[in-house]
Design a protein around this ligand. Structure first.
Ligand code: AHR
Length: 345
């Protein structure tokens, strides 16, 4: 009872401090919403460092965390890192200073987290990594990872292409394919050094590179952004006119940008160029149904509920899994998608 009371007043104290911090321009806080709605949580306080707001996926992920926290009666303090690792490190340090119960973060890149995680460990605050992984020698510096299996996503993209290739070679109607005898692939990759970029690349290349039906023309980074997807597609089409048979894009946002450019140039997406995308946002699934995308590998942002469960287990000393991957599928032009539920992001 006393513990509960202490938590309650600490949650309010931390929220006020972080709200002040927000008002002074230091960090944003979802707690502001709570303060506005007059809602007060009696439960845990979680500091959440979100890496940015670069895509519909990311916005869906933030919303999922906020909704789940509300349902669990958890105070969630959100900081948007605006695509900068230094902002995320500063946010984690402020969570340590305010002694939140748990820190959750979605690391923008894999490297460079050892010092700040060591500080969290010394402060006795458990850390959950969400969505993306880090590369670190001492894996005791975080408690658990919860998020997609990005390597499997790359493998799923390659598996679809291997199936599609049989059909493409039978049709054999691409001028480029006749010249080289190969199916030529352009790859739009995500943020350099981020775990989904590294793993989606690896999962795909582990299968495709040893298959002599395929040739990778080039891999360029579009930083998971629609605007850069547009830019990169424009320069790829200029550099390889009429030669691209397949676009493998590491996320839907970049895919949507690339499709705009194809259509501007009279190229039929999904027909002239086979398109494989990753995520599963509604706009991409709609284009899959229209035949403008051939395959969408699912990567679910709806992690909030599982993260809150995990945080509660860690804090209450229950057993918990070190790694949790949500079940994810793959939507393709070969599937009946008529009963697919709205994606919610
Ligand atoms: O880390 C997950 C990736 O990040 C999603 O594929 C992408 O849309 C987001 O920006």
């Amino acid at each position: 009872m006393r513990k509960q009371k202490f938590r309650k007043s600490r949650a309010v104290f931390i929220s006020v401090c972080l709200l002040l911090c927000f008002l002074l321009g230091g960090c944003g806080s979802a707690k502001k919403e709570d303060a506005e709605s007059g809602r007060e949580s009696a439960g845990l306080v979680i500091g959440f460092s979100q890496l940015g707001s670069e895509s519909a996926w990311r916005l869906g992920n933030t919303a999922s965390m906020e909704n789940a926290a509300r349902e669990h009666g958890i105070s969630l303090v959100v900081n948007n890192g605006m695509q900068k690792q230094e902002n995320q490190i500063a946010a984690i340090r402020s969570f340590i200073a305010y002694q939140v119960d748990v820190i959750v973060f979605a690391p923008i890149v894999e490297e460079g987290w050892a010092n700040v995680l060591q500080e969290a460990k010394e402060a006795g605050i458990p850390v959950i990594m969400m969505d993306r992984l880090i590369n670190i020698k001492d894996s005791d510096l975080y408690d658990a990872y919860i998020g997609p299996d990005h390597y499997l996503e790359g493998v799923n993209a390659a598996r679809f292409l291997m199936k599609k290739a049989e059909e493409m070679q039978a049709a054999n109607d691409s001028a480029a394919e006749e010249e080289s005898g190969k199916i030529r692939i352009a790859e739009l990759s995500g943020t350099e050094g981020s775990s989904p970029m590294i793993s989606r690349y690896k999962g795909f290349h582990d299968l495709i590179d040893n298959d002599d039906r395929f040739e990778i023309l080039e891999t360029v980074s579009g930083d998971f952004l629609r605007s850069k997807g547009r830019e990169c597609m424009r320069s790829l089409l200029k550099k390889y006119p009429g030669q691209i048979d397949v676009l493998y894009s590491h996320n839907d946002a970049m895919t949507l940008g690339a499709i705009e450019v194809m259509e501007e140039q009279g190229i039929e997406p999904g027909k002239d160029i086979v398109i494989i995308s990753v995520d599963g946002e509604q706009a991409a699934v709609d284009l899959l149904k229209e035949g403008k995308i051939n395959c969408v590998v699912e990567c679910s942002p709806m992690l909030g509920d599982a993260v809150m469960d995990l945080a509660e287990k860690i804090v209450s000393g229950q057993d918990y899994p070190r790694v949790t991957h949500p079940a994810e599928g793959c939507f393709t032009e070969y599937d009946d998608l008529s009963s697919l539920a709205p994606r919610g992001y």
